[in-house]
Design a protein around this ligand. Structure first.
Ligand code: GAR
Length: 207
């Protein structure tokens, strides 16, 4: 049975676009059922609407970077209305708190543009460049109570070159983000993800 995805976005939405494209082409056994945003001007909302997917702005009702109160209830309500099996954060710049985490326990993933647990938070690619690491990458993980924390599902490594700028490194990482987010969702859809002692054990897609 195909998975119903609920994708939460705040910005331009290239990860969302990649998921829309890969679900349409059948590369992942999932469809984007609904897109929610805390930002009415997010370009991601336009991408969803263009693809005929319901795209809803829900007022976060706060300037704090957390999703709480009425807004949290509203997000959960809409996700359940659309019978969402898996919630994918794709550049959603708010912290998810307990009620939401409990409602979607082990059904809530995030993509981050660094090799976690290094370089959490904003501007991960800039942080990596400033630190001088030789390799960085992307991480897909289940969301728990910590910002950019939680059991890691997949990671991909990219080299960092001497002449890299934030833009060139971000672009190299982004290609990997798009690839591993789809792969993690496909593993989930095929029931190949197991959680043991708070760690993720994955089977191969071909097994
Ligand atoms: C992506 O690079 C994603 O990994 C990052 O925001 C960007 C969204 O781009 N997320 C985080 O930094 C989460 N801490 P997109 O809107 O083009 O998908």
């Amino acid at each position: 049975m195909s998975l119903n995805l609920g994708v939460l976005v705040s910005g331009r939405g290239t990860n969302l676009q990649s998921l829309i494209d890969k679900s349409t082409s059948g590369e992942i056994d999932a469809k984007v059922a609904v897109v929610l945003s805390d930002n009415p001007d997010a370009y991601a909302l336009k991408r969803a609407r263009k693809a005929g997917i319901p795209a809803i702005y829900i007022d976060p009702c706060t300037t704090k970077p957390v999703l709480v109160g009425e807004a949290e209830v509203e997000y959960m309500k809409v996700l359940n209305e659309y019978k969402v099996d898996l919630v994918c954060l794709a550049g959603f710049m708010r912290i998810i708190k307990e009620n939401f985490l409990n409602e979607f326990k082990w059904r809530l993933m995030n993509i981050h543009p660094a090799l976690l647990p290094s370089f959490k938070g904003l501007h991960a690619q800039k942080q990596a460049l400033e630190y001088g690491v030789r390799f960085s990458g992307a991480t897909v993980h289940f969301v728990t109570g910590h910002v950019d924390g939680g059991p890691i599902i997949l990671q991909a490594v990219v080299p960092v070159y001497k002449d890299d700028t934030e833009e060139t490194l971000s672009e190299r990482i982004l290609a990997e983000e798009h690839r591993i987010y789809a792969e993690a969702i496909e593993l989930f859809a095929k029931g190949k993800i197991e959680i043991r002692d708070n760690r993720v054990i994955t089977g191969g897609l071909d097994e």
